[in-house]
Design a protein around this ligand. Structure first.
Ligand code: ADP
Ligand code: MG
Length: 448
């Protein structure tokens, strides 16, 4: 009855993130599964507990839908599932008998390799450092800290490092994870008295840690402390640490000084928005990968119009391909021009200026006050609200908002956004009312 298990897995797959699915459910082997019992093989007790706590209800829900009854769970801890790690390859189809040997327990994204990464002046340094780390982990560039805005290739590079290490050293134990996942697992381990296993997992049974989006740890003191010790344990035994962030180490708000200085002690490299030539090259590469016929002049046109980041560039190309397909037209310059036009924001879009004016109306201030450096609460509070709204509703970047608010540092904007966010979470009445009023005024209020 493996079919039942596969169906249950598919059901859960639709409800959890890909990262969590790959990490927690993919490595599990099902030995038997019917309406009454489900027997699962896991690499260690930690896995078992984690799945019990987080995915069992979903699994039961799925099975009950199919069979009408909730199964009993039987667990088998099979340490053979852990080792050896193999080179990450696309999944091979399952044989009839569940193989006793392990699947590689890596959760690296197979799509993100160095081969598929286009190098240009905007990312050259980060790429070179990543290749160096991938070829000789734990030596010269330790830790490696990669920072830059969203969609510029950080996650891609970090995964590529993992693949390169595995290619040369197939038994390396590589942990790729987001700082958010680290945090969640840490908290859960504390609450469930499993902190030793947690530490074991990250400090002992790990040769390389690839930690994505470390800015998530901002303000989380206890997790920072834990990560600090994890860092030291790995670092002092020459194991490689790679960290990504959306800003430079010192600019991560509310990050402990000692961690910041650890991050700065190795190699720090940034990724910037790609230049026109790199954008064109990325489009052509992506088109080839996806077998989308793309003329150079069309690539040029898209690259000229979509500048912000690579993810958006890719998205535009894919949408264009879908559109061409639906209309049964070739991907021509005409079609690209049409669809790029329709992607432009609607004419009466709200701008940062609009938000500033609306906030000033509400609080009876002048826009110049918002842009001033006055710190009195009558000014600073509305300023924070306006920053928050601009960030949340328009997605304007922190540095740009700093400029638009009279040349403030972007960390000031970040802490303003965080502050208002905190007030809203505490259900602060004044803040909620002010925001509602300003949003209504701007026609942003969500109805219903
Ligand atoms: P980040 O982690 O910095 O937000 P990602 O690594 O997720 O960004 O990149 C977003 C998308 O853009 C991914 O699909 C990635 O493969 C692609 N991408 C980014 N930079 C490049 C590049 N230089 N060459 C090819 N693809 C890239
Ligand atoms: Mg990322």
């Amino acid at each position: 009855m493996q079919g039942l298990w596969q169906q249950a897995l598919e059901y859960v797959h639709g409800k959890v993130s890909q990262e969590n699915f790959d990490t927690w459910l993919k490595p599990v082997q099902c030995d038997a599964c019917d309406a009454d019992t489900i027997e699962l093989r896991v690499p260690n007790r930690f896995f078992q507990d984690w799945i019990e706590a987080h995915y069992r209800p979903l699994l039961v829900e799925a099975m009950t839908k199919k069979t009408g009854s909730a199964p009993q769970f039987r667990w088998i801890v099979d340490t053979a599932l852990q080792l050896p790690m193999k080179k990450a390859v696309a999944e091979t189809p399952r044989k009839a008998e569940p193989a006793p040997v392990s699947k590689p327990l890596t959760n690296l994204n197979p799509k993100y390799s160095f081969d598929d990464f286009v190098v240009g002046p905007s990312n050259q340094l980060a790429h070179a450092a990543s290749v160096a780390v991938g070829s000789a982990p734990g030596t010269r560039y330790n830790p490696l800290f990669i920072y830059g805005g969203v969609g510029l290739g950080k996650t891609h590079l970090v995964n590529a490092i993992g693949h390169r290490i595995l290619a040369d050293r197939p038994s390396s134990r590589i942990l790729y994870l987001s700082a958010e996942r680290f945090t969640n697992e840490f908290i859960w381990s504390l609450q469930n008295h499993r902190i030793n296993e947690f530490r074991n997992r990250y400090r002992e049974r790990c040769d390389v840690i690839l930690m994505d989006d470390i800015q998530f740890l901002a303000g989380r003191e206890q997790t920072q402390e834990e990560f600090f010790h994890t860092f030291n344990a790995l670092y002092h035994s020459d194991r490689q640490i790679v960290v990504t962030s959306d800003v430079y180490p010192q600019q991560i708000p509310e990050m402990e000084e000692r961690l910041v200085s650890r991050f700065q002690s190795g190699m720090v490299a940034d990724v910037q928005s790609p230049e026109l030539d790199t954008r064109i090259a990325i489009l052509l590469r992506k088109a080839k990968q996806e077998r989308i016929p793309l003329e150079n002049e069309v690539a040029y046109h898209i690259a000229q119009n979509v500048k912000s980041n690579v993810r958006e560039l890719e998205g535009t190309l894919l949408r264009l391909a879908v559109k061409a397909d639906l209309l049964a037209r070739p991907i021509s310059l005409d079609l690209a021009q049409e669809s790029l036009k329709s992607l432009k924001p609607p004419v009466k879009a709200v701008s940062v200026d609009d938000i500033q004016r609306a906030v000033c109306d509400y609080f009876n201030l002048r826009v110049a006050d918002l842009k001033s450096h006055r710190r009195h609460r009558t000014v600073s509070y509305p300023r924070m609200l306006a920053m928050y709204l601009s960030r949340e509703r328009l997605g304007t970047s922190y540095p740009e908002l700093g400029d638009r608010f009279g040349g403030k540092d972007h960390t000031t904007v970040m802490s303003a956004v965080r502050k208002i966010d905190g007030l809203l979470k505490k259900e602060d009445q004044q803040t909620q009312q002010a925001l509602d009023a300003v949003e209504r005024k701007l026609g942003l209020a969500s109805t219903g």
